[in-house]
Design a protein around this ligand. Structure first.
Ligand SMILES: C[S@@+](CC[C@H](N)C(=O)[O-])C[C@H]1O[C@@H](n2cnc3c(N)ncnc32)[C@H](O)[C@@H]1O
Length: 201
């Protein structure tokens, strides 16, 4: 099972949400790619952070495309779509957000993400290394703790594909220990001193 948890790297995700909000003004279709979403904890964490910043009403214009290569060993698609998690996985969520966005599922051990957040998410099984762009109109690509599985050239190829998939001015966020390869540094502008948050040039 992939290592992931709710509210992992919250600081950089919150910063990405802050920077996304001005980009969304005047746009009616905001597309976000969550690449390597695993069981969706990152996807729903970002959805919660965005809902808190934009308000649930504004979220009707947002779609989060959650993709992962793994859908055979573990049914990520089902978990992400249903948004049902065991209570042990939910301990890191701040209580006020947990109370706002989760309700008990069919038994006491499991909780379900609110319907309005689930409506934002589309899951698709997809291998990033096919290097086939899924769309070309993303406003944000979230790709954390995935590129470390690839070799250097594959990282360059995948990040170049993200550049291709983003609207001009769109954002890319990676985990703090990932850096932009020198060979493609001209494609993105880093927009914070700390953290790997970039804007497409
Ligand atoms: C360590 S998890 C990271 C999960 C989440 N992004 C996070 O930061 O908590 C890495 C995920 O990348 C996925 N992955 C690895 N290679 C991939 C590929 N070629 N295409 C799509 N997903 C891939 C794995 O299946 C796994 O779910």
């Amino acid at each position: 099972m992939a290592f992931t948890f709710f509210f992992r790297d919250e600081q950089i995700l919150a910063l990405a949400a802050d920077n996304l909000v001005p980009f969304t003004i005047g746009r009616s279709n905001i597309r976000i790619l969550n690449a390597g979403c695993a069981m969706g904890m990152e996807t729903y964490t970002f959805a919660i952070l965005l809902a808190e910043k934009m308000g649930k009403f504004a979220l009707r214009n947002v779609k989060i495309h959650a993709i992962d290569i793994d859908n055979e060993n573990v049914d990520f698609g089902k978990t992400v779509r249903e948004g049902i998690y065991h209570k042990d996985h939910l301990q890191r969520i701040p209580p006020q957000l947990f109370n706002k966005y989760f309700s008990p599922a069919d038994n006491n051990d499991h909780f379900i993400v609110s319907q309005d957040l689930r409506n934002l998410i589309e899951f698709e099984q997809y291998d990033l290394l096919t290097l086939k762009p899924l769309r070309h109109d993303y406003s944000l690509v979230i790709c954390k703790n995935v590129l470390l599985h690839f070799n250097y050239q594959q990282r360059i190829d995948v990040i170049t594909m993200y550049h291709n998939m983003l609207l001009t001015g769109g954002l890319l966020v990676m985990e703090n220990t990932q850096s932009m390869p020198e060979e493609i540094s001209h494609l993105f502008k880093r927009i914070v001193d700390y953290g790997q948050l970039y804007e497409k040039i």
